[in-house]
Design a protein around this ligand. Sequence first.
Ligand code: AMP
Length: 434
Amino acid sequence: MTFESLGLKKELLKAVEEKGYTTPSPIQEKAIPEILKKNDVLASAQTGTGKTAGFTLPILQIITDTKNPKFRPIRALILTPTRELAAQIYDNVRDYSKHLNIKSTVIFGGVKPKKQIATIKSGIDVLVATPGRLLDLHDQKVLSLKRVDILILDEADRMLDMGFVRDIKKIISFLPSQRQNLLFSATFSKEIKALAKGILTNPVLVEAAPENTTAEMVTQKIYRVPKSRKAAMVIQLISDGDWNQVLIFTRTKHGANRLAEKLQKKGISSAAIHGNKSQGARTKALKGFKENTIRVLVATDIAARGLDIPLLPHVINYELPNIPEDYVHRIGRTGRAGASGEAISLVSREELEYVRNIEKLLNQKLKIVELEGFDLTPTEQSQQKDSSTKKNKRKTSSSKNTSRRNFSPKKKSNKGGSATNYKGKKRNNSKRSS
Ligand code: AMP
C-alpha cells in the first residue's frame, strides 16, 4: 500500500514525502479512504499509531476541495484533551498543509489569549483546541463555529477522564447539525460508546493495533526497592548506565517536582512536566528533552499522555500506576519505530499489588531483578517470594515483551500479545494526578 493509492492529492503526497514516510500505517490505510468518502469514523487508535496523519491528511484534502476562495470560516475543529497534544497536532497540521492554501492555528489555556485572538481574527480554516480555551473565546465572540464541516475528537477517552464531557457537549451545540464527525479513542468504555452514539451518524469502525502490541524490542524489568531509596536508585541507574534520555513517571505532581530537584542536585539535568506547570515551562521542558539539553524528563501520566517523543531508550516507572492500562501506555514510550528500549519499574512493598494487576492485564510475568547496593531486607525477600509464588500459579509467557507497531508491512507485529488483553478491558476509574 502506498500513500498515492489512498487517493491523496499531490500537495499532500509531497508533504508526506518530506516527512520521510514511505508506507501508510494501518490506521492511515483504513481511516484515510473512509474520511475522504465523508463518512463518520469511530477509530480505536492511540499515539504512536500515526493517527494524527490519519485524520489530518484527509480533512485537509476535503477542506481544500470545497474551499470558498473569499472566506476563511473555521471548517475543521480538532478537540484534544491536553495542551501538549494540541500543540503537537497543530505542528502536524502545519507540516501537512504546507503546500496548500490552508491556514491553521492552535488555542489552549495557560497562555495569554491575545495572540490567539489576533490569529483567529485573521481567518483560519483548521482550528486545534482544548475545550476550555475554545469555550472562553467562543463566549467572548472571538470565533464562530457555525461553519464547521468536520469535528475531530482526539483521545476522547482521556477527555472524558479529565471531565470534559460537558464542555464537549456544549461545543457541539454550537456546531451545525450537518457535519462529518471523527472520534479517536484508545479505549472503548461504556461512557465513550454513549458519547459516540450521541455524536456520530452511522460511523465506520476503524481499528489499529495499539502502540503496545507484542514486543521483542522492549525489555521490562522490575527492581524491588524501598520507597525511601528510589531516588538513589534512579541516580545510580542513570549515572552508571550513562543514560542521556530518560522519561520518568511519577504518580503525583509533587513527586515529579521533588525527584527533578534531587536529580538536578546530583548534576543530572532534568525537568518536571505536569498540570501545575505553566504552559511556557512545559513547552520548554519538552523542547529541552527532545533536543537532548535535558537528560531526564519527570512526568505524570496525564502530562505525558500523547507526547510524541521518538526513539526513547529508557523509561522508568518511579512509582507504578494504580491503573494497569497506564503502565502499558508508559512503556509504549520506549522501543519506538523498531528501536530497542528498556522499561524499568521501581517497586516498593506497597506496590506489589499493582504488579499483580499489571501482570494480569498483560497475561505475563514481569522479571524481578536486583541492583547491587540495593539488596532487599530478609522480610522484603520473603514478601517477594510470596508474591512470585502467587504469580507462578498463573499461566505466563515470555519475560521479554511488549513494544509497538512498525509501519513497514514486512515487520508488522500485530500478533496478539498484550494488545489482545489490553484492548477492550474496562478502565479502573481511580482518581489520578495530572
Ligand atoms: P501519532 O500516532 O500520530 O502521534 O504518530 C506517531 C509518530 O509516527 C509521529 O512521529 C509521526 O510523525 C510518525 N508517523 C506517522 N505516520 C507515519 C508513517 N506513515 N510512516 C512513518 N512514520 C509515521
